[in-house]
Design a protein around this ligand. Structure first.
Ligand SMILES: *Cc1c(COP(=O)(O)O)cnc(C)c1O
Length: 360
């Protein structure tokens, strides 16, 4: 084993079950960006085993890749190329998130009857129809639905996770947008607003379904750990070389670290090309043989060095960067702190050179 991301699929199923229990409603599990780095197809199957009834991805390429892999569960995609191939999406039975009149008209013009989920911008300012355009979007959608050109399966939006007041305001705006859709003659079977944070902490945002991303992978959407969740990814590599060096030896580019005593340097074959944040150089920690060590010197493209002092570390020993911190190893959230980012980015950026190994 050179480098591996060990993915605990049972943990994903468990996390989905736990979060469904907390939210008390159905769950769509989000497997965009290669399942937050965990593998989209495998994560999707584990999520379905945990009781998810829907899957979500950002774009249609991701959605079609799931279909090609044989995943036939209900599936939504919402972030579209300006010249998106909606026809093949509809053929593949993919629900299309619709944020604009242009998208609605393109879908209505197709020979097949598209399943659409209309998205309203309740404050986040990303996609979703503006509140100004919402009345005409729902009226046009209702007309197309009556004419048999498409079916509006869902109405949805996304929270900003800014604070309790902002969440409450978005919930209120969403409820009004939903009422406007009903008044226009739509009767969507799916109504969803909350992602993991809302599923955990904002009961009023749960409506009929929650969209679970980070929580399904066992990580918290914010600074508060969620005790019932199990981190699904453990990132590890083998020590590929060790050497004994004297005091005063430089370590990695720029000699940011110089050994203070005679010591052992262990080389780890993971770098920023693999998603290891260079910004964590000199701060991050890893576990080798049950002992925490600091990453010393700059993280390079393919490798970094750990000054392990007089600890017995040998070529082939397993280095754990992050995983389930209850076992004493650092967490993805620890790496996020060391790199001034969020746990989402830490797991999602793990690159293709890192082999995913799955266990049930
Ligand atoms: C990524 C995403 C989610 C999942 O968010 P988490 O915070 O990871 O649970 C839900 N909905 C939308 C629209 C997203 O883009």
């Amino acid at each position: 084993m050179m480098r591996e991301a060990l993915i605990d699929l049972g943990a994903i199923s468990h996390n989905v079950e736990v979060l469904r229990g907390i939210a008390g409603v159905d769950a769509m599990v989000i497997v965009k960006a290669n399942g937050y780095g965990h593998g989209a197809v495998e994560s999707a199957r584990a999520a379905l085993a945990g009781g998810a009834t829907w899957l979500g991805v950002a774009d249609l390429d991701e959605a079609r890749a799931l279909r090609v892999a044989g995943v036939d569960a209900p599936l939504l995609a919402w972030l579209h190329d300006p010249v998106a191939d909606f026809a093949s999406a509809v053929e593949a039975g993919i629900d299309v998130g619709v944020s604009s009149a242009a998208q609605l008209e393109a879908l209505a013009a197709l020979p097949g009857r598209a399943e659409v989920q209309l998205k309203v911008d309740t404050g986040l300012g990303r996609n979703g129809a503006t509140l100004e355009s919402w009345p005409s979007l729902v009226a046009d959608a209702a007309a197309h639905e009556r004419a048999g050109r498409l079916h509006v399966r869902g109405i949805w939006s996304h929270l900003s996770n800014t604070g309790a007041d902002e969440d409450a305001a978005q919930v209120q705006i969403f409820a009004e947008a939903l009422a406007a859709a009903h008044a226009a003659g739509l009767d969507p079977e799916l109504v969803h607003l909350a992602a993991t944070a809302g599923a955990l902490h904002v009961p009023a945002s749960r409506f009929g379904m929650v969209r679970l991303g980070i929580g399904a992978y066992g990580l918290s959407p914010d600074a508060a750990p969620v005790a019932q969740l199990r981190p699904a990814m453990e990132l590890a590599a083998s020590v590929v070389s060790t050497k004994r060096v004297p005091a005063g030896h430089g370590v990695s580019y720029g000699y940011d670290h110089v050994t203070s005593d005679e010591t052992t340097l262990a080389l780890v074959p993971l770098g920023y090309a693999d998603g290891i944040p260079r910004h964590a150089s000199g701060r991050a920690q890893v576990t080798i043989n049950g002992v925490r060590h600091r990453v010393t010197g700059r993280i390079a493209m393919d490798q970094f060095v750990v000054d392990v002092g007089d600890h017995a570390v040998a070529v082939g020993d397993r280095v754990v960067l992050f995983g389930d911190d209850r076992s004493g190893v650092p967490s993805a959230a620890d790496w996020a702190d060391w790199a001034d980012t969020i746990n989402y980015e830490v797991v999602t950026r793990i690159g293709n050179r890192v082999k995913r190994e799955y266990r049930l």
